[in-house]
Design a protein around this ligand. Structure first.
Ligand code: BDP
Length: 352
């Protein structure tokens, strides 16, 4: 009897997740819209003995977005390395739900993998917050030195605290503010604006430190919130600004590059524990190998989407060094709040 109830609960939760995913926002502008099926072409055909393990990967971005291409490469490599024993199906376009809900399901084993932003994961493994501190990296190269060195490896391990296994990092460039109200040329201009942030305390603090008012919500709700005026603006990188069509409803984009939040692929600890050591190793290696592929796709898309925003008539504001320094000064208190991780922050800053 108890088992029946548990089964029913799990089935209901799964159904709810599927429907939550369908409630996602505007279809993507730059890439193919989500279809009600996953990318199945990525892995080899089942072995003749039929013993194939099929695992699901959740991705909120549409097909063709750089992280989704990374997911497909990961799936392909897992198929190759396990000789078809494991097949990873990529469910793109938030078919399995928005990021916070997906994390919860990965934690209890209902979803096997997810490609998500570090931001919501840091709510469960606090030290990850250092990776999204404002202006922590000198540039992209510095970020990748940190991520692909001992610091990045230790931080991937820290994800286990959150009942997940950290597999790899992907590039997500830098995030900047955009809004429907006015051109932002200084910190002062952000005063009072209602800005959507990811579901992360650090991101809320960042927006508050700049004098704006943070509204956390899932990415899938942002388009309509901008359109209806529930929020005045949001912040993201060029590819998300374009692919989620936010550029249509928030035309002022200011290149302040206030934070670079890496992406992460996580696995469910429950899923990993059920696999052989050999298969676990193949998955870890496939994830690490997919990084370079995703980085290259990222750079291409970032450039294209900046051009797309210009062509669409968005008002793009590039800040001079003096103004960027004012942004940096305003968000400096976030480093005091992160005192517990002072050593780690120092190590990141000292990474050459
Ligand atoms: C995008 C990330 C995605 C996040 C989204 C957000 O790729 O994982 O969910 O930002 O702002 O850049 O929620």
């Amino acid at each position: 009897m108890a088992r029946k109830i548990v089964c029913l609960m799990v089935a209901t939760m799964l159904l709810l997740t599927v429907f939550a995913g369908c409630g996602a926002s505007k279809p993507a502008a730059s890439t193919e819209p989500a279809k009600a099926e996953a990318s199945k072409e990525a892995a080899p055909a089942p072995k003749p003995d039929g013993k194939q393990i099929v695992l699901r990967l959740a991705e909120i971005h549409p097909k063709g977005y750089p992280t989704e291409l990374g997911d497909e490469e990961f799936a392909r490599l897992v198929g190759e390395k396990t000789k078809g024993r494991i097949k990873v199906e990529v469910y793109f376009g938030a078919q399995l739900g928005q990021e916070k809900a997906v994390i919860e399901q990965v934690q209890f084993g209902a979803i096997d993998f997810a490609r998500i932003s570090v931001s919501p994961v840091a709510e469960f493994a606090k030290e990850l917050n250092v990776l999204q501190l404002p202006y922590i990296y000198r540039d992209r190269e510095h970020m990748w030195k940190v991520l692909q060195g001992p610091i990045g490896d230790d931080l991937l391990k820290s994800v286990e605290k959150a009942k997940m296994v950290g597999l790899n990092w992907y590039d997500a460039g830098a995030r900047s503010f955009y809004n429907s109200k006015k051109e932002i040329k200084s910190v002062e201009d952000l005063k009072g604006l209602k800005i959507r942030v990811q579901e992360s305390k650090l991101m809320m603090g960042l927006v508050k430190a700049l004098g704006a008012s943070p509204t956390p919500m899932p990415m899938g709700d942002v388009y309509s919130a901008l359109q209806t005026g529930v929020i005045d603006g949001a912040e993201n990188n060029w590819p998300s600004y374009i692919s989620a069509s936010h550029f249509e409803v928030a035309k002022n984009y200011t290149v302040d590059r206030h934070t670079m939040v890496p992406e992460i692929t996580v696995a469910s600890k429950q899923t990993m524990d059920k696999l052989s050591k050999e298969d676990q190793e193949a998955i870890r290696a496939a994830a690490k190998e997919a990084i370079e592929f995703q980085k290259a796709k990222w750079i291409e898309q970032e450039k294209k989407d900046e051009e797309k925003a210009k062509a669409a008539g968005c008002k793009i504001t590039y800040l001079d060094d003096k103004t960027v320094a004012e942004f940096q000064k305003a968000v400096a208190p976030l480093y005091d709040d992160a005192k517990d991780f002072a050593d780690l922050i120092k190590k990141i800053q000292e990474t050459k």
